[in-house]
Design a protein around this ligand. Structure first.
Ligand code: SF4
Ligand code: SF4
Length: 130
C-alpha cells in the first residue's frame, strides 16, 4: 500500500458509520470523494451481521458528502445518502470514543482495536493538541 502523506489540516468532524444500522449497501462508498469508505464483508465470526462499511478516519476529510448530497442553499430539502441513517459526523476530538462504541460488532472492534480505535485516538489527540 502507498504510504499516506501527512494531512495539512485536520477536519473538525469526521464521519463514523454505526455498523449496527449499516446494511453494506455501498451508497456512501460511491459518493466519498477521497474513497475512504471500505466494505467489510461476511466477517467469519459475526453472527447475523453479514456486511457493513467502515471509514478510514486517517483519510476522511469531514466533507459530509456521505451524509447529505451538497446542493444549492436555496433548496429546502435535504438529500440524505444513507437509507438507514447509519452515518454520523462526530467531532474529531471524540472520534475514538464513538468508533469504540459503534464502529463495528464488539468482537470485531476488539480484534481490530489498534487499527480502528488506535487510529481514531491518534487523530483525536492531534486535533486536541491543535
Ligand atoms: S465525510 Fe467526506 S471524506 Fe469523510 S467518509 Fe464522508 S464523504 Fe468521505
Ligand atoms: S449508505 Fe448507509 S447502509 Fe449503505 S453502506 Fe453506507 S452506511 Fe451502510
Amino acid at each position: 500500500m502507498a504510504k499516506k502523506a501527512p494531512r495539512k489540516k485536520l477536519p473538525k468532524e469526521v464521519a463514523i458509520i454505526n455498523a449496527d444500522n449499516c446494511t453494506g449497501c455501498e451508497s456512501c462508498l460511491e459518493v466519498c470523494p477521497v474513497d475512504c469508505i471500505v466494505k467489510i464483508e461476511q466477517y467469519p465470526t459475526m453472527g447475523g451481521l453479514q456486511s457493513w462499511c467502515e471509514i478510514d478516519l486517517d483519510r476522511c476529510v469531514g466533507c459530509e458528502v456521505c451524509v447529505h448530497i451538497p446542493q444549492k442553499k436555496t433548496n429546502p430539502y435535504e438529500l440524505t445518502v444513507c437509507p438507514w441513517d447509519a452515518i454520523e459526523m462526530v467531532p474529531t476530538e471524540k472520534c475514538h470514543e464513538v468508533v469504540s462504541q459503534i464502529g463495528g460488532p464488539p468482537e470485531y472492534i476488539h480484534e481490530h482495536w489498534d487499527r480502528l480505535v488506535g487510529t481514531a485516538f491518534h487523530l483525536a489527540e492531534l486535533k486536541a493538541n491543535g
